[in-house]
Write a protein of this length. Structure first.
Length: 128
């Protein structure tokens, strides 16, 4: 399972970096649209999408807005799998961005998929 999840996280990370390369700011609905365009509904409904997004949104507490910054320079520290996937995708992309800022607005919810009752905080991704 870990190998499958790592590979899917790399795909989701690459799609995020590709979207940020087109527009330095991408919100969660636009990112989900990019996933659907490239992977179809299977990409949205895949079991690994939610854990990937949760890792990028892990700082949200008590329903308050939150900002997380992910440095895209390799470090010696062990990172969460989603961050490792971002580092790998950034290295393959030629290092266009130095970091990704994730702004979470938990007071707004985004439906993930169409058939599930799964929501995530509204996120904005900013490539810097």
């Amino acid at each position: 399972m870990e190998g499958r999840q790592d590979e899917n996280f790399r795909i989701y990370a690459q799609l995020l970096l590709d979207a940020l390369a087109e527009s330095e700011t991408v919100d969660l609905p636009a990112y989900l649209s990019a996933i659907r365009t490239h992977l179809g509904d299977e990409g949205i409904d895949h079991i690994d999408l939610i854990p990937f997004l949760i890792e990028l949104n892990k700082g949200t507490r008590n329903g308050e807005a939150y900002e997380a910054i992910f440095d895209l320079h390799p470090s010696q520290d062990r990172n969460e799998p989603a961050v490792e996937a971002l580092l790998s995708a950034a290295a393959r992309s030629g290092g266009e961005f130095h970091r990704i800022r994730v702004l979470s607005r938990p007071e707004r919810r985004v439906l993930i998929g169409e058939e599930e009752d799964v929501y995530l905080s509204y996120l904005t991704f900013i490539g810097e």
